[in-house]
Design a protein around this ligand. Structure first.
Ligand code: AMP
Ligand code: GLY
Length: 421
């Protein structure tokens, strides 16, 4: 098979890496890819959001399968465009991707179908939102811009004053652009946050092993929120009891709800769960693999990923057994100094060769680029994910940190407590 993967971060590196293990994959392409992906696939310089150019390329190259890694092209309708041209593609259609693209849509869906989530109100008018906060606000409280905002459209407000200025930021100043045309105000939940990604063929849903993300920039959850400074899998907090509740009240119910709404979901459905004392509640849905969750989940997958994607497209997931490694995996992100605010790019990365061929260790590239002279340089805030797999979480943590300083670049930083929630 000739396969195209769309995206160019650590998540896509992990997807390409896993697909490349399939005996069915003859040749893999990635658009736009990065310097790590380039070592195992052919990268083509087409932007992930240039849907027309990607579909033209897929038609010309006659790909047997295209896998969409990123959220933006899904929201723009890349799957619909490929289907229109009879190209085989893995991912949800635009109308189904709305489960991630609109907080108002996903909250209303959960309310209508009785799926546990934080209590909320939706607003299209900033003054109404402010009146509501003055009358009914209980603090802390959570404000969410309706649309996609690069994961930044969520404000946790400690006081009424904070919340009122938050409404201005989202709806009046439109700090997150059109994403702030509507807004959700919701109850603040407490507990451990767990990511459960799942494969979905439109009818059947098969959850993957659980993972947890460390979002703050520095050790002990200090500093600003980031795209994720590291992950581990499984989460020890996601007990059999929570799993059973999520299976009964959340996973299948969501897939059935999407069907009932005429928005059949095929692809990766990501459940961001808060494990509260009243059971698991949905914080958010994503219509794609998580980043950097994928980097610890896919290394634990034993089943051929090509088979899983094909079963999702064909609606035969029920019959395909999916097997997972019993052990654990940890991903520590190496970031550029100054991330997530401002940072320099273009520093040469040294020591990548030291981890090559090490058993159960992977280096997934996120923001890297190959210079014309062959040097691999930093090209983003999150640069690399160093992943270690072992029988236990402790052993995986130890292994990742034993080797992390083998790789270095100017102003590099990473967290020292990944896996220790
Ligand atoms: P979201 O984009 O909806 O996942 O929100 C981003 C982050 O904000 C989540 O990962 C949580 O850490 C936090 N968050 C979102 N909603 C809530 C909530 N209702 N209560 C507490 N924290 C929340
Ligand atoms: N790690 C969070 C996300 O991918 O949305």
């Amino acid at each position: 098979m000739k396969i195209l993967v769309v995206g160019g971060g650590g998540r896509e590196h992990a997807i390409v890496w896993k697909l490349a293990q399939s005996p069915k994959a003859d040749k893999i392409y990635c658009a736009p890819g990065n310097a790590g992906i380039e070592q195992i696939a052919e990268c083509v310089p087409i932007k992930a959001t240039d849907i027309e150019a990607l579909a033209d390329f897929a038609e010309k190259e006659k790909f047997d399968l295209t896998v969409i890694g990123m959220d933006d092209p899904l929201m723009l309708g890349i799957v619909d465009e490929f289907q229109k041209r009879n190209l085989r593609v893995f991912g949800p259609e635009q109308k189904a991707a709305l489960i991630e693209g609109s907080k108002v849509f996903s909250k209303n869906l959960m309310k209508k179908y009785g799926i546990p989530t934080a209590a909320y109100e939706e607003f299209t008018d900033p003054d109404e939102a402010k009146n509501y906060l003055r009358k009914n606000g209980k603090y802390p409280i959570v404000l969410k811009a309706d649309g996609l905002a690069l994961g930044k459209g969520v404000l946790i407000c400690e006081s009424e004053e904070d919340a009122l200025s938050g409404v201005d930021e989202i709806m009046v100043d439109q700090k997150f652009g059109a994403a702030g045309n509507k807004m959700v105000v919701e109850e603040f939940l407490t507990g451990q946050e767990v990511s459960v990604l799942s494969f979905c063929d439109g009818k059947c849903v098969k959850p993957m092993v659980s993972a947890q993300d460390h979002k703050r920039a520095f050790d002990h959850d200090q500093g600003l929120n980031t795209g994720g400074m590291g992950t581990f899998s499984p989460s020890q907090y996601y007990t059999k009891e929570y799993e059973k509740q999520a299976e009964e009240q959340i996973f299948q119910k969501t897939v059935d709800a999407m069907n009932a709404e005429g928005r059949t979901f095929k692809g990766i459905l990501y459940f961001g769960l808060m494990l509260t004392k009243d059971g698991p509640k949905v914080l958010e849905y994503n219509a794609r693999f998580g980043d950097p969750e994928t980097q610890v989940v896919l290394p634990r997958l034993k089943t051929d990923l090509v088979d899983v994607f094909e079963a999702c497209i064909d609606g035969t997931l029920e019959e395909l057994p999916i097997e997972w490694d019993d052990g654990a995996a940890v991903c520590v992100v190496l970031a550029s100094g100054g991330y997530p605010v401002s940072y320099k790019k273009g520093y040469p990365i040294e020591g990548l060769d030291k981890l090559e061929g090490k058993e159960d260790m992977m280096v997934f590239h996120a923001g890297t680029k190959k210079e014309p002279d062959g040097t691999i340089v930093t090209n983003g805030g999150r640069v690399l994910g160093v992943v270690a797999k072992a029988k236990t979480l402790d052993a995986a943590i130890e292994k990742a940190y034993d080797h992390i300083d083998d790789i270095t670049f100017t102003d590099v930083f990473y967290r020292h407590d990944i896996g220790r929630k």
